[in-house]
Design a protein around this ligand. Sequence first.
Ligand code: B1M
Length: 222
Amino acid sequence: MNELIEKLHECVEFGKVDKKSPYPPQLKGQDGSLEITKAALEAGISAADILDIALVPAMAKVGDKFSENKIFVPQMLMSARAMGAAMVQLKPYFASGAIQAKGTFIIGTVKGDLHDIGKNLVAMMVEGAGWSVVDLGVDVNSDKFIAALTENPKAIIGLSALLTTTMVNMEEIVANIKAKNPGTQVLIGGAPLNDDFCTKIKADFYAPNPQKAVQYINQLAS
Ligand code: B1M
């Protein structure tokens, strides 16, 4: 593996945000994910490789260590910050700017859920594919989705959830959106979801990753 990719993986795994960050102690004074992502891009490593080979696997490792009680919420949060610092650098490469938007995509992480890294990735890729994106953030209830839909009546809606305890909130949100505007397409995504769950809650599509989300909405626009 490329040395920069290895270092970036280490920064996200151990939560090293940038050079000035004193955390974690073993990496004090060294470059963090901010500087290393910049260096990797300058070295010609593609944004997609940085994401797929360094950032996402590092986060998966963080999740495994959390499951095994080897790390706890504060360490997980530092890893999320390190990943966030890298994603800020990657954003211009994904959201390359469309000339004319294909339509509007409203996205949010559902009520009770604060995980936003996957949702932000989807937002970035959808924007990069030429859509105008309204990002409602995290912990979003039906009312907020419906208010955004009222402002953008033809929008497609994307719901994200990372917790088994919050994915169930999608059912109510989908029902309320469909009650307000039956024609609205709602797609869902997030690690604990699957096609069966999508069918059960009467959403229109389950996207396991941002690429599938983009494919689906592009096909709706065409
Ligand atoms: Co949380 N957390 N967390 N966490 N966290 C998980 C999800 C967990 C699996 C860890 C574990 O136990 N192994 C576990 C959930 C278990 C379960 O529900 N069965 C868990 C838990 C338990 C918790 C807390 C309850 C911990 C606690 O407090 N005791 C708590 C809940 C807080 C809350 O939300 N109310 C909590 C808190 C946190 C932090 C705040 C510390 C932090 C989040 C910071 C942030 O997001 N800004 C955090 C993190 C970082 C994780 C892990 C380690 C990483 C999540 C992540 O960002 N992955 C995660 C373990 C893991 O995922 N392995 C874990 C990288 C990201 C790119 O992937 O989000 O899956 P992901 O997105 C993917 C796809 O799912 C898909 O595309 C993305 C790219 O491929 N996708 C979509 C996502 N949304 C989509 C929408 C779409 C389409 C595709 O269309 C609309």
